[in-house]
Design a binder for this molecule. Structure first.
Ligand SMILES: *[C@@H]1O[C@H](CO)[C@@H](O)[C@H](O)[C@H]1NC(C)=O
Ligand SMILES: *[C@@H]1O[C@H](CO)[C@@H](O)[C@H](O)[C@H]1NC(C)=O
Ligand SMILES: *[C@@H]1O[C@H](CO)[C@@H](O)[C@H](O)[C@H]1NC(C)=O
Ligand SMILES: *[C@@H]1O[C@H](CO)[C@@H](O)[C@H](O)[C@H]1NC(C)=O
Ligand SMILES: *[C@@H]1O[C@H](CO)[C@@H](O)[C@H](O)[C@H]1NC(C)=O
Length: 240
């Protein structure tokens, strides 16, 4: 009876507590499959864990940009965090907070900038083995309220030319036109330009008969939460 109870307790413990093993000869890394999404100026954790889980304190842990081995964001070696060679852009913004002793080598990155977006390599090496895995960070930036302008479209039977433009987005947002009823107006042409900082501006124009609807709306969005909408009443601007 008693041994039955303790056996059950042991099985339960085995199922709920991660098993930390002795340093194995070989290991792999487990990282998220998709990109990690975040916002400007936020803190984000780039997940990376040893598999099997074991104490990573005796190992070397290095995080660097995939396209640039020289740009090391973080380096832990010889049982301590190394100040050099670390890219100054990451100084004071990076840490390992997940617990090296538990095999969690996730990198916490604070005050995220647009430049931070891209591929990172999680690299872990022991005396006899090394492994690396890529983590993709995507930084979303919500741009400006769309600006709508209305111009006469000459020789178009009273139609007006409505232009919508919005700047400062990352990655490229979606631009959607809708009428008063909320029906999407299909319009293929969306022009985009990217500024030197990597922020995207979009614009689109539409020929419209003001009688079709009281107002038009232009929405620029990255996701359901990250969107900006502006409405305009085209007939107000009609000069005949
Ligand atoms: C970034 O966030 C910190 C607090 O988390 C805040 O003090 C600072 O003003 C923010 N900077 C910008 C540019 O939003
Ligand atoms: C690893 O650490 C990070 C924080 O740095 C945390 O977000 C993550 O949940 C940890 N992973 C596990 C499996 O506990
Ligand atoms: C509508 O306006 C845009 C500029 O905002 C212009 O590029 C486009 O050619 C105009 N279309 C017509 C049919 O006038
Ligand atoms: C901009 O538009 C072009 C096509 O017009 C497209 O190939 C490109 O991926 C778009 N996005 C960015 C960010 O430039
Ligand atoms: C970031 O933008 C992408 C579209 O480009 C969107 O799928 C994703 O949900 C956005 N991320 C967040 C955190 O809202």
């Amino acid at each position: 009876m008693r041994s039955g109870v303790s056996l059950r307790v042991m099985i339960l413990a085995a199922l709920t507590v991660p098993i930390i093993v002795q340093s194995p000869e070989i290991f792999t890394l487990s990282v998220p499959h998709g990109p990690i999404l975040t916002w400007l100026n936020s803190s984000v954790s780039l997940s990376c864990e040893l598999s099997p889980l074991f104490n990573a304190e005796p190992l070397e842990v290095r995080w660097y940009r995939a396209k640039d081995f020289d740009s090391t964001a973080f380096l832990y070696k010889d049982h301590k965090i190394q100040e050099a060679p670390v890219d100054p852009r990451y100084r004071g913004r990076v840490s390992l907070t997940g617990g090296l002793e538990r095999g969690n080598v996730s990198l916490t990155l604070e005050r995220v900038t647009l430049e931070d977006s891209g591929e990172y390599v999680c690299y872990v090496s022991s005396d006899q083995w090394y492994e690396r895995a890529i983590v993709l960070l995507t930084v979303n930036v919500t741009g400006s309220e769309p600006v709508l302008s209305v111009a006469e479209a000459r020789g178009r039977g009273g139609q007006v030319n409505v232009t919508c433009s919005s700047e400062g987005w990352s990655p490229q947002p979606k631009l959607t036109w809708r009428n008063k009823e909320g029906t999407e107006i299909r319009n293929g042409q969306v022009l985009n330009t990217t500024d030197p900082q990597g922020l995207v501006s979009v614009s689109s124009w539409l020929l419209y008969s003001p009688s079709d609807s009281d107002w038009l709306s232009c929405t620029v969005s990255l996701s359901g939460e990250e969107k900006k909408e502006t409405r305009v009443q085209p007939h107000v601007y009609r000069y005949t």
